[in-house]
Design a protein around this ligand. Structure first.
Ligand SMILES: [Zn+2]
Length: 497
């Protein structure tokens, strides 16, 4: 067709840089651009995400047309947003692959937020090749018409991409110290935020012995990074606390993992990446809430100083923990971080995010992220946020009947509960370190296990293969809705005074 023929000659003659345009259109009512460039679309109604790239020799332009499908008009809410994301993503993947396209203008009128998210996710490439494939930079993706929704979508998309980059970076380039420095850089100049980088001595003073038991095997110093965002009208307002597992490389420790695919474990800090990206986005959006994010960062290495199977550790909350398998280290670093997070800040809600268990991948694969929470309310809120962003959650059982699997050793708790329901016993283990669940006004707590969704092994509609940054957009959306609810409550309280 014309497209192909022009493409081959255009390669030789086109200017160094080209701005591509993306139009997504409802084929039952084609917009002018689509009608002119893809006239048959009006009669044949191409299915959703069907994309055509049109090259014009006259003005040297590249335009991608992506159909929203014949049923788009009948779609509502979450389903409608996802159709827009997939169409924009399909178009972006195609124009980003055209050699000299380095700027893209998106007509995202159908849903500017969803369009911005998909455009940024689909354009993202991670590479450290010295003559790597060219990429469309985030700053070169523009909206045809500016809007607040587009701008918010950009923040969501860029946040997820930050988490993807942190997860992709190999462990020699993202040690705990480098990760901590990177966090400081990311927060530099960001209003109402403070970052503290704590060292192992600080953790020792706090009694974070299960965290330190993982640090013990590595030559790299462990770091405990604490980020605060003060967006609420009152600095005393109870915060949302986010905790992210930050194992910058997980060898398994003395319980060494098999060699095959071990490099995936450079992403075992995906929980930390998710909470760093989420709180940064929350600060950029200036949401009127207070948030604290905590990331215990360490490698899990085998060495002469490493913790050994059978060792028993006194956790920060005084409970004894037997380390039956040193590869179940995530729950050890989280135990102290969760206890610290639930005792130190008067948190109303604590959410931890972790690439915690292989069992999670077995249960739900790459499609849903598992959520464990005793709170129906918090579950409902997370579910809605996840559906809104198509960053989807599935509720998993958090039940005391699993307790015998982790309480049979000489310590209060054992860090493994065997293969059956491995993600459920891990969640139950963490529950022992959440302070305030039995309080008169209990803390709301959820544990999010992203081990299954951390990597896309198949290309997704608007994600290439690789680390995904899953959970980031759902967390931002959750926080955004939390801010709205709190604003409503404040208004009501002022009204009754
Ligand atoms: Zn492990």
């Amino acid at each position: 067709m014309i497209t192909r023929a022009l493409l081959s000659t255009r390669h030789l003659t086109r200017a160094m840089s080209t701005t591509a345009k993306i139009h997504v259109f409802d084929p039952t009512k084609p917009a002018s651009a689509a009608a002119a460039l893809w006239p048959a679309a009006a009669s044949k109604h191409p299915k959703a995400s069907a994309t055509r790239v049109v090259f014009s020799a006259e003005d040297d332009s590249v335009t991608a047309l992506a159909s929203l499908g014949p049923e788009f008009g009948a779609k509502k809410g979450h389903a409608r947003r996802e159709v827009v994301r997939r169409a924009v993503g399909s178009a972006m993947k195609q124009v980003a692959a055209v050699e000299d396209v380095n700027e893209v203008v998106v007509d995202g009128e159908a849903d500017p937020h969803a369009a911005a998210v998909a455009a940024h996710l689909a354009a993202y490439r991670f590479t450290l090749k010295t003559s790597g494939p060219k990429r469309v930079q985030s700053s070169a993706i523009k909206a045809l018409e500016s809007s607040a929704e587009w701008d918010r979508g950009v923040v969501y998309g860029e946040a997820q991409n930050l988490a993807r980059t942190l997860m992709e970076l190999p462990s020699n380039m993202l040690t705990p110290s480098i990760f901590a420095e990177r966090i400081q850089q990311e927060f530099a100049g960001l209003a109402d935020t403070t970052v503290w980088v704590r060292d192992e001595d600080w953790a020792r003073e706090k009694g974070m012995r299960t965290f330190l038991s993982v640090c013990a095997g590595s030559n790299e110093d462990g770091k405990f990074v604490e980020m605060h965002y003060q967006g609420a009208p009152s600095s005393d307002a109870a915060p949302l606390v986010l905790v992210g597992k930050g194992i910058t490389f997980d060898t398994g420790g003395i319980s060494l993992k098999p060699a095959a695919d071990m490099k995936l474990m450079r992403g075992d800090m995906g929980g930390a990446a998710a909470v760093v990206a989420a709180i940064q986005a929350i600060a950029k959006l200036k949401l009127p809430i207070n948030v604290v994010a905590l990331t215990p960062l360490t490698e899990n290495m085998p060495s002469g100083s490493a913790t050994k199977p059978g060792d028993i550790i006194y956790a920060m909350n005084g409970k004894t923990v037997e380390v039956d398998n040193t590869d179940a280290e995530g729950r050890l670093v989280l135990a102290d971080a969760i206890y610290y997070g639930s005792t130190e800040f008067n948190a109303h809600t604590l959410i931890d995010v972790a690439t915690l268990t292989g069992a999670m991948d077995i249960a739900l694969g790459e499609v849903f992220t598992g959520v464990f929470t005793p709170s129906d309310t918090l579950w409902d809120q997370l579910y809605v946020a996840g559906e809104h962003e198509y960053d989807r959650f599935w509720r998993m059982p958090l039940d005391d009947d699993y307790a015998p699997q982790i309480s049979g050793s000489n310590a209060d708790l054992c860090n493994t509960g065997g293969k059956p329901a491995g993600s459920c016993t891990a969640a139950l283990f963490l529950k022992s370190f959440v302070h305030g669940l039995d309080a008169e006004k209990p803390i709301e707590w959820a544990h999010i296990d992203i081990a299954g969704t951390m990597e896309a092994t198949r290309e997704k509609p608007y994600l290439l293969k690789g680390m995904t940054g899953s959970g980031v957009r759902a967390l931002i959306e959750y926080a955004s809705r939390l801010a709205e609810r709190q604003a409503d409550t404040d208004t009501e309280m002022n009204a009754t005074e």
